[in-house]
Design a protein around this ligand. Sequence first.
Ligand code: PMV
Length: 335
Amino acid sequence: MSAPRQALARAPSNIALVKYWGKRDAELNLPAVGSLSITLDGLWTETQVCFQPQSHTDTFTLNGRAEPSKQARVSAALNLLCDIAQVDWCASVDSHNNFPTGAGLASSASGFAALVVAGAAALDLHLTPFELSVLARRCSGSAARSIFGGFVEWKRGELGDGSDSHAIPLIAPAEWPLRVVVAMTSQAEKPVGSTVGMNRSFCSSPFTTSWIEEQDADLDGARTAVLNHDFEALAEVSEHSCLKMHALAMTARPALLYWNAATVDCIQRARELRASGVAAFFTIDAGPQVKVICEPAVAVRVATALREIPGVVEVIECGLGDGASLLPLRTAACA
Ligand code: PMV
């Protein structure tokens, strides 16, 4: 009888400043464009994976509860790992998020990065960070970036098999320790997830071609801004990329409007702050939350301003953090 193989990993969430929106290959989860993100230190998933060679079913719990609707994606990720290890095993997966799931805070990025890192270690695969990033990408595109810390670029890649479509680290968090203030304007799970949202936008928005054509220039601008610690330049290109992504969503058929009234008020407040000389800019993913990136010296002022907005239900502040890592096991034996 083979012993269970298990490992525990923690992976952070990340927020794109130059957005990923649209796939060039849905099967391999290959992006139509590259993207650039920051890894957060305050929002993370911890996942324990336990392969049981004798078991015939995978199980998945999130925050202590079975999640049947998410089981298929988890099993697909486990299958990718088992294919590499050349085994046909099932696993129990136990995940915990320290922030709301599916509410536009990139829980799929942290979740799948943690799952891949823990699963690969449990199977003793000895993969490089780039290989882990490729695997995480297969599970959820933005998870490719959560393998690394600080400022991260996910390369679109050119190869048909996707082996060159992985993230790379640009600069470490300590090199430019910006802060992120998240204004939560709803804690509900979003009605249209990012996979459906980006596919619909990509197929039906009249702006898809220009989105693709302009992305390399946006990435060059953001990368240069990051390497030069040029806050103004990063703010300008990040807000531009965010608004373009949402323009694609809004002009999809049927249209996708991820924002609510408080989202718009937060955008306006961030713009007013920056116009008055406060080093802060906004970004928004496939949900109604507004993330304001700012210099550490103004973080309290930004948080206070966002808290005052009617409809903001919670404000979370965090910094930039490290990428995914293994942790010592919490429970010695598999459940
Ligand atoms: O990785 P997915 O499939 O959850 O897509 C993420 C899409 C955005 O968060 C809106 C943009 C991004 O680059 O993270």
